[in-house]
Design a binder for this molecule. Structure first.
Ligand code: PHE
Length: 416
């Protein structure tokens, strides 16, 4: 067997020097001076003369009769060698002496009394029974190949969705950019609430406002804010402004999607969840991103208590293998009572806030046309992943500062 040398490859691609030279001469360029500029001139002329294709006199190169159909066997042999065809020693000889091809040695199959490679012959001859196989050294370092794989966030989203589906939840979907009406007003959050200032939210300039809002819901939301809307509450006691409610923003929680769904699915029982992107004007640090994912969920039923809420969380986190959780009373304009949920980080040892939850207030539910109880929550996906995978810096996971080596090496904790 033979293999092309670098020179052989070059000639196969561009043609042999002697053939190229003759073509030049036949096309009318006969002056030595001019032809000498060709990079392959010297070798080309030597072989063209040897083959009797040209003669040289008085600074001119002349093609011999018959040179019109010059064809080189060598080119055909080069092509055969390249395709791995059998080539006789006699045909290969001139190419070997010009170093256009070289002999290729098969790598030995058996060496030093050990079989290096299993081939059909080794099986047919029965050598496999008599000769020992060389051992593989599985501890050798191999070059690392980074192949496509699921992102750690995607793995976690799949896993958590599966847990929630097992618990009877259906998935909901809603817009990333939405009117303040759905992000705040439907959630009984007054228009002068500190969270609604320009510093905390990302407002949209295009479009600046939503095209329209459902008139009946607007009327009920306005009533709830201004005087409680017949729920027995006094409301916030201010004059509610529809123009503010119409302004567009990037949602700061997926509870806006919950509000939209409550409007459409207001007869119990219902269980919905989403795991989607939200935006907050926070400062970036080990536990804060500005763009992150929230695990939103709600349960609607005739009568629900705080025990139902805690039991649901207990079950949810247990299914994920997280047992160390704590609840801390907190305040939300739209829930009463409200609880922050904390999980203990296995490495850092400290309690990390992983979510917020509560029972939706009547002022919110009645305005949305819901007569039953609803418990709801918003959990941080990335923080949950920190607990699940023992990570201590949220910025490695995604965003502009994410660590590619880290992402390549993330162990697969769960698959289905
Ligand atoms: N919207 C809250 C947050 O983003 C989470 C939440 C949802 C709390 C539903 C209570 C009820 O923190």
């Amino acid at each position: 067997m033979y293999a092309l040398t670098r020179e052989g490859e070059e000639y196969l691609k561009n043609g042999l020097p002697e053939v190229r030279l003759v073509k030049e001469v036949l096309s009318g360029r006969t002056s030595m001076k001019e032809l000498q500029r060709l990079p392959y001139f010297t070798i080309g002329l030597m072989w063209a003369k040897k083959n009797g294709w040209v003669t040289v006199s008085g600074g001119e190169i002349r093609a011999e009769a018959g040179a019109k159909s010059v064809k080189s066997d060598i080119e055909a042999v080069l092509a055969d060698v390249e395709r791995g065809r059998e080539v006789s020693a006699k045909l290969a000889e001139p190419l070997l002496s010009r170093k256009l091809v070289e002999e290729r040695r098969e790598s030995p199959i058996i060496n030093d009394g050990e079989i290096l490679q299993l081939t059909p012959d080794i099986i047919r001859s029965g050598a496999w029974e008599r000769v020992p196989f060389k051992r593989y050294d599985v501890s050798l370092r191999m070059p690392e190949i980074s192949y496509g794989r699921k992102h750690v966030l995607r793995m976690a989203i799949d896993r958590i969705s599966r847990v929630l589906v097992e618990m009877g939840f259906k998935e909901m979907e809603g817009p990333i950019a939405d009117a303040e009406f759905y992000v705040y007003d439907c959630l009984f959050t007054p228009q002068d609430h500190p969270a609604r200032t320009a510093w905390d939210q990302f407002s949209l300039s295009k479009p600046k406002t939503i095209r329209k809002l459902p008139a009946d819901v607007v009327r009920r939301v306005k009533a709830a804010h201004e005087h409680g809307g017949g729920t027995g509450s006094k409301g916030w006691g201010y004059s509610w402004d529809k123009d503010i409610a119409m302004r567009m923003m990037l949602r700061g929680h997926t509870t806006s999607v919950t509000a939209r769904y409550l409007l459409e699915h207001n007869s119990p029982p219902n269980r919905y969840f989403s795991i989607d992107k939200i935006f907050r004007n926070d400062s970036l640090d080990k536990t804060h991103l500005l763009e992150f994912y929230q695990i939103e969920g709600w349960v609607m039923d005739g009568h629900l208590t705080v025990r139902d809420l805690m039991g649901t969380f207990g079950e949810f986190y247990r299914k994920l293998g997280i047992r160390d959780i704590k609840f801390k009373p907190t305040y939300n304009p739209y829930t009463e009572p409200s609880f922050e949920i904390y999980g203990r980080h296995p490495k850092l040892g400290r309690w990390l806030e992983i979510g917020n939850s509560g029972m939706f207030r009547d002022e919110m539910l009645r305005a949305l046309g819901v007569k039953s109880d609803v418990m709801a929550w918003g959990l941080g996906l990335e923080r949950t992943i920190m607990l699940l995978n023992n990570y201590d810096d949220i910025r490695n996971l995604h965003g502009t500062l994410c660590d590619l080596d880290f992402l390549r090496e993330v162990p697969i904790v769960w698959e289905y």
